[in-house]
Design a protein around this ligand. Sequence first.
Ligand code: FES
Length: 199
Amino acid sequence: MADQGVNSGRRRFLTATTVVVGGAGAAVAAVPFLKTLKPSARAEVAGAPVTEDISKLGVGQRLVVQWRGQPIWIIRRTPEMLASLPTVDGRLRDPKSDNVDQQPEYARNEYRSIKPELLVLVGICTHLGCSPTFRPEMMPEPFDADWKGGFYCPCHNSRFDLAGRVFEGVPAPSNLAVPPYHFIDDNHIQIGVDPEGAA
Ligand code: FES
């Protein structure tokens, strides 16, 4: 019985060794690939939070960062952009962000953001996954004569306002998603982590 215990223990050891060696081989194979990536890219591969300096993001401009393989848009909205939001409420499918899957609770407000001026969105159309274009100017557009600025998806003509809220009568079923994020300080934002204490 004791021998059997030794043998089965040895089998277990061999099995464990094989698994570990296999794992080590995979790890060795991955190292050259990871070594070629910058630190921020390595973090992205791992799905880790991404920290971004937004000090140079001008008013009215958009910054695009990558998080978990997705484009994340950070936009510093102008006072005029913020003032335009309520004017399109009546043309939207979900103006009050009632679909709770599309944003964290702390972004479920009229601006869909923590700070009114700073909008953070996943830049992927909720129809079939194209990346909409940024059309911030308030001017008549071929796709909307009363355009107040927002995002236009050229794949199948979906439109979103400057809070990522979807218009009625387009194929996209829901508002653009807001990822988890928080501010480390006035100049740094971290994507992928909720604010401390957020529900
Ligand atoms: S993927 Fe954007 S409208 Fe179809």
